[in-house]
Design a protein. Structure first.
Length: 132
């Protein structure tokens, strides 16, 4: 049976050449790995609206603008996802793990040292390539 592809809005939040990442809960899909915060888009929602809602809930920031970085379709063994990855630099508030999850700011050049879900490899590559 074909797996349903879940559409996800993902935010690469950047401030002073650092990127904000959160640790996914052990009970979540791809748990125990780092993520760029975000979440599933609801029916009829555009990427920016979903991102605005998710980043408010998960990270406690208000975003005003975002720009598309890339789109990734990835098939995990148990789930197919389509990640709509946006760059977020225009926001207010202090990013933190608003749902109690561990979080941190990481220099772009150190992103590859973190354990991310497989789909994220291309994001890390793009961010690091942009630096050079
Ligand atoms: N947020 C996020 N999700 C990612 C990343 N990489 C990746 O493969 N995913 C996958 C894992 C999940 O299957 C899906 C995102 O789901 P999510 O758990 O963030 O969704 P959500 O915030 O709406 O969570 P929930 O309320 O359903 O628990 O996308 C990433 O960098 N960030
Ligand atoms: Mg989420």
């Amino acid at each position: 049976m074909q797996k349903k592809r879940v559409e996800v809005a993902v935010g690469v939040i950047e401030k002073a050449q650092q990127i904000f990442v959160c640790l996914r809960g052990e009970d979540q899909h791809q748990g125990g790995l780092w993520e760029f915060p975000g979440g599933k888009m609801e029916a009829g929602e555009d990427v920016f609206s979903a991102l605005k809602r998710e980043l408010q809930e998960e990270v406690g920031i208000e975003i005003y603008n975002s720009s598309e970085l890339m789109r990734i379709e990835h098939d995990y063994a148990d789930k197919a996802v389509c990640l709509y990855i946006h760059h977020v630099e225009d926001f207010s508030g202090e990013a933190h793990g608003a749902e109690g999850q561990p979080s941190k700011w990481v220099a772009v050049e150190q992103l590859h040292e973190l354990a991310f879900p497989e789909a994220n490899k291309a994001i890390v590559e793009l961010l690091q390539a942009r630096q050079n």
